[in-house]
Design a protein around this ligand. Structure first.
Ligand SMILES: *Cc1c(COP(=O)(O)O)cnc(C)c1O
Length: 469
């Protein structure tokens, strides 16, 4: 106890720290008095740490130097951007933690342009009066998916919530036990349904749900939700219903069907050698559910958004829903989505969408890219290290094609394990950061997910990481 009092007596005072030349220069000329709050936060944190600190009592001079170091570092971080550019060497094409899909230079330029100017976002230029937000973008989405109409919202989570809330309006929602799934950190289908104010009626079993199970549970006016298994597979003794069969049953019984398609493919991925597993949006719509929902930044390759597709009158109901405004997107999102959808409309072959381009690279292309990259890296590698090109598997990610993978090539480094790990840490903490994979074999960089234009940055990142070893 006495020890603790002694310790705390050495804690530097806020007023003394604020008077330090370095802190005064950090605060000088700032319109907002945030430097004082940083100093207060640092002193509070040091006090907390001292409560549990053991060993000899540290003199005030030492604690003051530590506090100044913390203040300096915090102020530096606050004045720098709150994000770091990352080069994705993980082999996961649509990596949710790394920001999912990247935009083409054309789509990125559209984002920059619309961000800096006014536009007819919600204005009818001919009538000179208020217009409909997003309607022309939504018309493009509807046409590509073969639906009567579409509504764009904040993300697919919002699209599912609004669709179920709008159609069920508090009435029962049927969902197969095998589809009461969790997606990402905090999106659980049962909780989302609870938040729409509807009771969840679980249908069938975890591994088997048949049409007869739905038939038994269906009451007129009920809503059925079917969820695409994006991020897992069930194997063995399983049964699932076909979307078209379920849509037919719902129509016969006077019930509504919402289909959460997850990724939202507008391209036949089988053509790129990907296994079956993702239907295209027009196929989902043609199967006949009342509404289909999907994400904008997974396989579609645009930005964060959710798209709801369906009949005109149902979409109109959702558009007028009181919660719609809480889920609406901004002008930048609409313009980017528009640009990407236009690329799909214009494409004669592969649309100009980076996510598709990354997936379309065949093994010959990847082998060449990996060999070239290795050749450019080798002159800088540490003595004890050995690099080679090796086959590997990339995954599509973003909750699509669940567990499926595609053949790829990696630059694989072998060397002392501690050095490999230290190098990966240096790569991750560089700017731009480079995130690869550490496995049994060594430190690997999958070339599929590295944009070809970023290869010089990869070489520079390794040079810096090796220098810091
Ligand atoms: C990814 C996914 C979601 C959530 O989509 P967000 O756009 O991330 O909100 C919902 N349902 C399924 C089936 C998904 O795959």
């Amino acid at each position: 106890m006495k020890d603790l009092q002694q310790r705390l007596r050495e804690l530097p005072q806020i007023s003394v720290l604020l008077d330090e030349a370095e802190v005064r220069s950090l605060a000088r000329g700032r319109r907002q008095d945030w430097v004082t709050r940083v100093v207060q936060g640092v002193v509070a944190e040091l006090r907390d740490r001292l409560q549990t600190e053991e060993g000899p009592v540290r003199p005030r001079s030492e604690l003051q130097a530590q506090a100044l170091g913390m203040i300096r570092e915090r102020c530096r971080r606050l004045l720098a951007p709150a994000w770091t550019r990352v080069i994705n060497g993980t082999g996961v094409v649509v990596h949710t933690n790394l920001g999912r899909s990247n935009l083409s230079p054309e789509a990125a330029a559209v984002a920059a342009e619309v961000a800096a100017c006014n536009s007819d976002l919600e204005y009818d230029l001919e009538r000179g009066a208020r217009g409909h937000r997003g309607r022309r973008v939504e018309a493009k989405a509807a046409l590509l998916a073969g639906a009567e109409d579409a509504l764009v919202v904040n993300n697919n989570a919002g699209a599912v919530w609004l669709s179920v809330r709008g159609l069920a309006a508090g009435g029962p929602v049927l969902l197969s036990r095998g589809e009461v799934v969790a997606i990402g950190g905090s999106f659980r289908m049962n909780e989302i349904i609870a938040e729409t104010g509807s009771p969840l009626v679980e249908v069938g079993t975890t591994n088997r749900t048949g049409l007869a199970d739905y038939e038994r549970a269906l009451t007129p006016g009920a809503t059925v939700l079917k969820v695409h298994r994006s991020n897992f597979t069930v194997e063995g003794f399983t049964e699932d219903v076909d979307l078209a069969d379920l849509a037919r049953l719902c129509r016969d019984k006077g019930a509504r069907l919402v289909y959460d398609a997850g990724s939202g493919a507008l391209f036949p991925f089988a053509e790129l050698g990907l296994p079956p597993g993702e239907t295209q949006l027009h196929e989902d719509v043609a199967a006949g559910p009342d509404l289909v929902t999907c994400s904008g930044d997974k396989l579609l390759g645009a930005c964060q958004a959710g798209i709801i597709l369906g009949a005109r009158e149902l979409i109109a109901g959702l558009r007028n829903h009181p919660m719609r405004r809480a889920l609406r997107v901004d002008k930048i999102t609409l313009a980017v989505l528009d640009s990407v959808l236009t690329a799909y409309l214009a494409a004669e072959d592969l649309p100009a969408v980076p996510t598709l381009a990354l997936l379309a690279q065949d093994e010959d292309v990847l082998q060449k890219r990996a060999e070239q990259l290795l050749g450019r890296l080798e002159p800088f590698a540490p003595e004890a290290w050995e690099g080679r090109v090796a086959p590997c598997r990339s995954s599509v990610g973003g909750g699509s094609f669940s567990t499926a993978s595609v053949a790829s090539r990696q630059v694989l480094w072998q060397g002392p394990k501690g050095q490999l790990e230290a190098c990966h840490l240096n790569l991750r903490t560089g700017d731009p950061a480079l995130v690869g994979r550490m496995n049994q074999e060594g430190l690997a960089i999958d070339v599929r997910t590295i944009l070809p234009a970023d290869e010089p940055l990869v070489v520079a990142a390794f040079q810096r990481a090796w220098e810091r070893l």
